[in-house]
Ligand binder design. Structure first.
Ligand SMILES: [Zn+2]
Length: 131
């Protein structure tokens, strides 16, 4: 059974970032169509799910990869924004982030060191901060 599936999937595209998105969108639309009893959402759900499966089983790997690349390029700003938020949230646990008063450069200072003098690496302004 597993071998049959592997043989069936060989040469087919499979799931990618864009495929995950269309699947999640499909499931979300399905849930919304249940909540609002909406025809539009249930059509959207089916379109997304069918399109997702079409891409997963597609043999035109190059075209699917190009679609995924377009998707990644178009969502680059949004994805990097989320990545930055996640990153700064994890940094905030260990560091204070201060802005240099003269050049607005962000400076990272480890927490729990008491009152320290901070020197801006960009413009060499010094200022006192509690860490
Ligand atoms: Zn500065």
């Amino acid at each position: 059974m597993k071998e049959k599936f592997i043989r069936f999937m060989s040469g087919r595209y499979g799931i990618d970032s864009f495929g995950k998105f269309t699947l999640i969108l499909g499931v979300a639309a399905l849930i919304l169509s249940g909540w609002f009893d909406s025809f539009i959402f249930s059509v959207l759900a089916w379109v997304c799910v069918i399109y997702s499966y079409f891409r997963i089983f597609s043999r035109n790997v190059y075209k699917r990869a190009a679609e995924n690349q377009t998707w990644l390029n178009k969502t680059y700003k949004v994805r990097s924004w989320f990545a930055r938020q996640k990153n700064s949230a994890s940094q905030r646990k260990v560091y204070h982030i201060y802005k240099c008063p003269s050049c607005r450069q962000k400076i990272r200072i480890p927490k729990g060191k008491g009152k320290i003098e901070v020197r801006c690496p960009k413009c060499s302004t010094t200022f006192i901060k509690n860490s």
